[in-house]
Design a protein around this ligand. Structure first.
Ligand code: ADP
Ligand code: MG
Length: 732
């Protein structure tokens, strides 16, 4: 997507500071007006030297009584200033003749700097100074976040000018304003308008509480945060409504069809949670607008069978279903069961399952592509290969993406472009159509609905990394969410132990015991960010070590650089139960399902992220046997772990609840990292903070819905003001 396009005037020759401003996203007047100070300097008063205390940043005015240049201990300019109450020394290590001239004996000057005590008496190092006199500013001086090429004074002027010129007229209709007032009732201050809030924050008066400015609790901040959250909610709701105006095939279960047959064939009964989310999905599929739903459930909660049931609904209705996983080994492992269930049911109907992966031989691939294009393949399973250009579906109705957070924005866009996309008649902005969306219209070669219109597939995303409530309400507000909150019965809880690497031999003894009892063990090797090569050598070394220490046990090795066929062979031995120990890098992170595995050892656990640890731990505890997870850490020289690493391991030992883990992860890392790919390019909240501004978020949600229905003009003005053309990112 294109970056913000500068207005024509700026596109000519830009000066260095202008370029720097553009880089900071300061293009429109409103961008400048919304560029808020980091902190303030107080130049509103002159303090008498006698009353000022050491360490204080002060502005004083006085007469120069002495000036000398000394050479010791270093060449420096020393100037004595007398303000009538006391004197102080100004010291400059770098200075020019202009300094000497302006600070000549007898000159009256105004200086500003930090006062320090010292053996020379009170001093100021390199204070700012200019000739005395002149009016004092009536407000604090803002200090803006800036970059090296952009001088503070230049930016200050630009922001002031932008603030002056920007259109800050009210976008909130009276009822929405009233509801905001209500939401902010606790503030004991009248609701500020956006203009008032911004003018205040750029130039607060001298008597303001700096604490309220710093912790963003001041009414001016509240107004700003409310506006920002509203813009975010509006843009997501808008995206949702646009999608709701698209058409998708209405899919229904058939009496005696695959859906019923699969329910009968399953070797277990669905949990109540699986039934409920299954119904939520079935209801969506029945509607003729595309589903856009996230199915979240902890590792092992049984999402795959829910996906399989959704697939049968599409196939029952005569359409195709595509299933995508982030890696080949996952696609294979994870969907093996699903295919095992569905294939025998499809066969009598003359339908097949097609595979698409990157490592496929050309001949096989061509065959698969033909099956998909003819519609003989009712189910298409694979990796990113599914969304590559040559793949043409006959009639794709449902796309299921597993471990959706591991796919990037671009890949998800590509999936949507697999089927024709048409903007709703009369909807949307013709400019953005020309910019990006037209390329997604694929003419008339896609499936047609009965009334002749083009269709969009239903989309089901699955994730074992639950989204904490605040994020679900904010960044994912455009998504419907189904949650499986219980695990299938008969699982024994996993015991988690955090141990130092110095107890490695005990851990290996434990492995020996598990394997002797007929169980299997995963050993996950450290993740070393900078170097895949070191990563690999660690895994190889550990593999050799364990093979030697555990004679008679088959120890396998799995890492991402291995040829796919080899990986598959190793996985087959482990799934089949012949292999006792599987040493691997993080390739087994998600999806692998071997119920007989009962021990997970994670080496250098301090290097893994919290959700990754949780995913890994979820590989065990899938069967009836008591399972354990050993988090082995290697302390630094001092024998201590870093603060956040300790917090992560502690969280792992204390809870196995995926939601609790996600909540703590958010606390430790903040939303930026949490959101990963979805937010690349999209604006994170700049002012609002999800930890403290829930009340505003709740208000914004309601207000956005009201505004979009009743005041669409104001809504679009508000979104443009806040997000400009970045709003498009949110639609992915
Ligand atoms: P995830 O949600 O992590 O993708 P899976 O779908 O892989 O979980 O399911 C984990 C395991 O639980 C699988 O072996 C699956 O067959 C089994 N399973 C799923 N649902 C049930 C159920 N209702 N009762 C018993 N076992 C189930
Ligand atoms: Mg899964």
């Amino acid at each position: 997507m294109p970056a913000a396009t500068p207005p024509a005037a700026l596109r000519k020759e830009l000066s260095a500071p202008q370029k720097a401003m553009q880089k900071l996203g300061l293009v429109r007047d409103i961008d400048l007006a919304l560029h808020l100070p980091l902190r303030y300097e107080d130049e509103t008063r002159i303090v008498s030297l006698r009353e000022a205390h050491d360490g204080q940043v002060v502005q004083v005015e006085g007469t120069v009584t002495r000036q000398e240049i000394t050479q010791r201990p270093r060449r420096q300019l020393l100037v004595t200033l007398d303000d009538g109450s006391d004197t102080c020394t100004l010291r400059f290590f770098s200075f020019y003749p202009s300094h000497q001239k302006a600070l000549a004996v007898g000159a009256r000057v105004r200086v500003r700097g930090e006062l320090r005590g010292g053996f020379l008496g009170r001093t100021m190092m390199h204070p700012a100074f200019h000739a005395a006199g002149g009016a004092l500013p009536g407000s604090l001086t803002p200090v803006y976040p800036t970059s090296a090429q952009l001088p503070q004074a230049y930016l200050r002027k630009a922001v002031a000018a932008g603030l002056n010129r920007a259109d800050l007229s009210e976008t909130l209709p009276p009822p929405v304003l009233a509801s905001l007032q209500e939401a902010l009732r606790g503030l004991r201050a009248p609701l500020m308008s956006l203009r008032q809030a911004l003018e205040f924050l750029h130039h607060p008066g001298p008597d303001v509480s700096l604490a309220a400015l710093e912790d963003h609790s001041h009414p001016a901040w509240q107004r700003l945060k409310a506006e920002e959250l509203l813009a975010q909610q509006l843009s997501q709701l808008q995206a949702k409504r646009e999608r709701d105006a698209l058409r998708a095939p209405s899919l229904q279960t058939q009496a005696g069809g695959l859906h019923e047959q699969l329910l009968v064939a399953l070797p277990f009964a669905l949990t109540a949670a699986q039934r409920r989310v299954g119904e939520e999905i079935a209801r969506d599929l029945q509607r003729s607008v595309p589903m856009h739903r996230l199915l979240q459930g902890d590792v092992g909660s049984g999402k795959t069978v829910v996906a399989a049931l959704a697939a049968t609904i599409a196939i029952d209705s005569g359409w195709q279903c595509a299933l995508m996983a982030p890696t080949e080994i996952l696609a294979e492992q994870h969907f093996a069961k699903l295919i095992g269930w569905l294939e025998p049911l499809l066969e009598p109907l003359g339908k097949r399952v097609a595979w698409l992966t990157g490592s496929q031989k050309k001949k096989q691939r061509t065959e698969m592509l033909a099956l998909i294009a003819s519609g003989e393949a009712a189910l298409v399973v694979g990796t990113h290969a599914v969304i590559q250009d040559q793949v043409q579906f006959k009639n794709l109705a449902l796309a299921i993406i597993d471990e959706q957070h591991r796919f990037g924005v671009a890949q998800r866009l590509a999936l949507r472009s697999k089927t024709p996309y048409r903007r709703p008649a009369g909807g949307g902005d013709p400019k953005s159509d020309a910019a990006g969306l037209d390329s997604r219209v694929r003419g008339d070669d896609g499936p047609l609905l009965e009334d002749g219109s083009l269709s969009e597939p239903h989309l089901l995303m699955m994730s074992a990394t639950p989204i904490p409530r605040t994020l679900a309400m904010s960044y994912y507000a455009d998504l419907d969410v189904s949650t499986i909150e219980e695990l299938p019965p008969g699982r024994t809880p996993i015991v988690t132990k955090v141990v130092s690497d110095s107890r490695r031999h005990e851990v290996i003894e434990r492995i020996r015991a598990q394997v002797a009892a007929g169980r299997q063990v995963y050993w996950v090797c450290p993740l070393i960010e900078e170097s895949e090569a070191i990563d690999l050598s660690n895994a190889t070394a550990t593999h050799a070590e364990l093979s030697q220490l555990l004679p008679g046990v088959i120890v396998g090795l799995l890492h991402s650089r291995m040829p796919v066929a080899e990986k598959k062979a190793v996985m087959a031995l482990f799934s089949g139960g012949q292999m006792g120990v599987l040493v691997s890098t993080t390739v087994i992170e998600v999806g692998v399902d071997v119920p007989n595995a009962s021990l997970m050892v994670i080496e250098h656990a301090e290097r893994f992220g919290l959700s990754q640890l949780h995913q890994l731990r979820g590989r065990v505890g899938r069967g009836a046997a008591a399972s354990a997870c050993v988090l082995m850490y290697t302390p630094h020289e001092g024998g201590r772990l870093g603060e956040t690493a300790r917090e992560r391991l502690k969280a792992m030992a204390e809870t196995s609840d995926g939601f609790e883990i996600a909540r703590r992860d958010l606390e430790i890392r903040g939303p930026g990292e949490f959101l990963g790919a979805r937010q690349s390019g999209a604006p994170l909240l700049r002012f609002a903070d999800l930890a403290t501004d829930i009340h505003l978020l709740e208000w914004a949600r309601q207000a956005a819905a009201d505004m979009l229905s009743l005041h669409p003009e104001s809504a679009s003005r508000h979104v443009t003001r806040w997000l400009g053309n970045r709003a498009d990112y949110l639609k992915v």
